[in-house]
Design a protein around this ligand. Structure first.
Ligand code: UD1
Ligand code: CA
Length: 458
């Protein structure tokens, strides 16, 4: 059976990242670099994946997709040597192998697919993805014969001054006929300026055997960029981020100043939603239709329903019902389930709580580990005292209850439906339905106290 196998090279040290983390584990738009390369390979129709690991192999294994096979390159003796580590696995396969590097996250499945089609239709034994570069310094150069056919690839360090003028470079991505690659690998030598086994030399070897080499030039050279340092990490993230945001825009989402936003790859956003400047939407977040999000809002792994407004707030692992208004300056911590038509105002923190439909928590409150019913009013600066120093306890507030300002609800405690709590009360016992709980000292007036003390300002 003919199949497409992908080998991803990720054994290199990534020295220029100056990081204790493996290079391909560094993230852009919320995903490791490696995952973008894996996705592009899958979109090309590659069924099986082989990863060549070396430096920080354990870290890379952690982000390796299920079903991928890993091989270890103990010493990094060059890109050809890296592919040799996959030989035993490749011998069991028949068809084409796509070779990629783990640090080129900008490459798209579409481009790889077009290159693969080209490779097959030309009956090439190898097809190199190439690009014309303004500044080709550092890359391998594509050598062509007078008829324009690919002849070989020469590395920067081994190139003559004339060859260095060539602007067409090797992307480091290739499609090989598996059998031809295996035979060329067995002939690789390391007699070059770096003493490495260059994968690039296989191209010349195949041609000398009378086999066919071709090139597929990508139209946008950005796609083949590699990430070697943190400035390139930023460059790649800008490209990927712009792509993600453009996709949302074309689906009917408005972004104001999108360059100030970071939208992770798997985030979904409904049409007619407006994203204001300074928003970060992360993880598996889903935003409904006709919402207004931002400015300066961070939403992580949360579901936001239609027509929700969130201003200057942080929402993590929570759900928000339709038509609810949040912020400015609200903080929804994990496990918050907010109903419809709710208002959560400024400096309100909610944690692991249910907030029923039409309930208002307008200002300066903490609601933690609570079940708040429908149509409830939680007055300004009210607090659920959910922690006794050892354990967390729940607070229950029934439908249509009215909690006045500056109330402490000392959990575990229950306020039944339709009850009222007077401002300033500290509630430690159940409040029955339709009753008023008031817990505070009667006010005392000492007439002319200020004058008697001589404190009056005449
Ligand atoms: C390589 C190509 C060069 C091309 C460039 C594109 C060779 C000899 N040269 O050069 O023509 O223009 O990529 O970016 O192939 N790796 C291993 N094991 C090794 C060596 C490298 O796994 O022993 C991996 C690295 O982790 C990296 C990739 O292979 O992902 C490329 O290695 P790198 O050293 O960056 O190759 P270049 O010298 O840049
Ligand atoms: Ca490189």
């Amino acid at each position: 059976m003919q199949e497409l196998v992908t080998v991803i090279l990720a054994a290199g040290a990534g020295t220029r990242m100056k990081s204790s983390m493996a290079k391909v584990a560094h993230q852009i738009c919320g995903q490791p670099l490696l995952s973008y390369v894996v996705d592009a390979a899958k979109q090309t129709g590659s069924e099986s994946l082989i990863l060549v690991l070396g430096h920080q192999a354990d870290q890379v294994r952690e982000i390796t997709p299920d079903g991928a096979q890993c091989v270890l390159q103990e010493k990094q003796l060059g890109t050809g040597h890296a592919v040799m580590q996959a030989q035993e696995l490749l011998k069991k396969k028949n068809g084409t192998v796509l070779i990629l590097c783990g640090d080129t996250p900008v490459i798209t499945g579409e481009t790889l697919k077009a290159a693969y089609d080209h490779h097959l239709s030309q009956n090439n034994h190898v097809t190199v993805l190439t690009a014309d570069m303004e500044n080709p310094f550092g890359y391998g150069r594509i050598l062509r014969d007078p008829n324009g056919n690919v002849k070989a690839i020469i590395e920067q360090k081994d190139a003559s001054p004339d060859q260095r003028l060539i602007r067409e470079i090797n992307s480091g991505m290739y499609f090989f006929d598996i059998e031809s690659l295996l035979s060329a690998l067995s002939k690789l030598q390391n007699n070059n300026s770096q003493g490495e086994y260059y994968l690039t030399d296989t191209v010349g070897i195949l041609i000398s055997q009378g086999l066919k080499a071709g090139a597929y030039k990508v139209s946008d050279a950005h796609e083949i960029m590699g990430v070697n340092d943190r400035t390139q990490l930023d460059e790649a993230e800008r490209i990927v981020s712009r792509r993600i945001i453009k996709k949302h825009m074309l689906n009917g989402v408005t972004f104001h100043l999108p360059e100030t936003c970071l939208i992770h790859k798997d985030v979904e956003i409904g049409r007619d939603t407006i994203i204001q400047p300074g928003c970060i939407l992360e993880g598996k977040t889903v935003i409904g239709e006709s919402c207004e999000i931002g400015p300066n809002t961070r939403i992580t792994d949360s579901q936001i329903n239609d027509q929700v407004v969130v201003m200057n707030s942080v929402i993590t692992e929570s759900t928000v019902g339709q038509n609810t208004k949040i912020g400015p300056f609200a903080y929804l911590r994990p496990g918050s389930k907010i109903g419809q038509n709710v208002k959560l105002g400024d400096f309100v923190e909610i944690k692991n709580s249910l907030i029923g439909d039409n309930t208002k928590v307008p200002h300066l409150s903490y609601v933690g580990d609570a079940d708040i019913g429908k149509g409830v009013n939680i007055g300004c600066a009210s607090v659920t005292c959910n922690y006794d120093g050892k354990k967390k306890h729940r607070t229950v507030v029934g439908d249509n209850a009215f909690v006045g300002s500056n109330v402490n609800l000392v959990a575990p405690v229950e306020v039944k439906a339709n009850a009222y709590i007077a401002a300033g009360s500290t509630i430690t016992d159940e409040v029955p339905e339709f009753s008023l709980a008031i817990e505070r000292n009667k006010q005392t007036i000492i007439t002319d106290w200020v004058k008697k003390k001589g404190l009056d300002k005449k």
